[in-house]
Design a protein around this ligand. Structure first.
Ligand code: AMP
Ligand code: ZN
Length: 111
């Protein structure tokens, strides 16, 4: 747990979020500034700053299994799964999160 981390505060329910799913390991909630009609964030409850610090293969498996499950549950067919790892890659919140973005056409490569 990190005292100042916004996503840890959401985990602790100190900051409200539009939570779609929660279990012992992770939380899924709507992004506060959605970049598409569907924009979900999947986070581990444990404070792990970046993807490169995620060294727990079991947790990694659980997160990506859930990404797949929630995308199916939301009937998403075309969607993007994004992890920004580090500031220059666009990471602003240093608590690992997986973006699931869907509902509009998206360009490639990213800017
Ligand atoms: P990133 O740039 O990959 O670190 O993404 C951080 C994401 O967290 C952005 O899409 C923000 O809109 C989102 N975000 C920041 N604060 C909150 C919050 N309190 N509730 C929900 N999403 C948030
Ligand atoms: Zn945190």
């Amino acid at each position: 747990m990190s005292q100042d981390c916004i996503f840890c505060k959401i985990v602790r329910k100190e900051v409200p979020a539009d939570i779609l799913f929660e279990d012992n390991d992770m939380l899924i909630f709507n992004d506060i500034n959605p970049q598409a009609p569907t924009h979900l964030l999947v986070i581990p409850k444990e404070h792990i700053s970046t993807f490169s610090e995620l060294d727990d293969a079991v947790l990694m498996g659980k997160i990506f299994t859930k990404v797949n499950e929630v995308s199916k549950a939301q009937k998403l067919k075309n969607y993007r799964v994004v992890i920004n790892n580090g500031k220059d890659a666009g990471q602003e919140v240093f608590h690992l999160h997986v973006h699931i973005i869907a509902g509009r056409e998206m360009s490639w490569p990213p800017g």
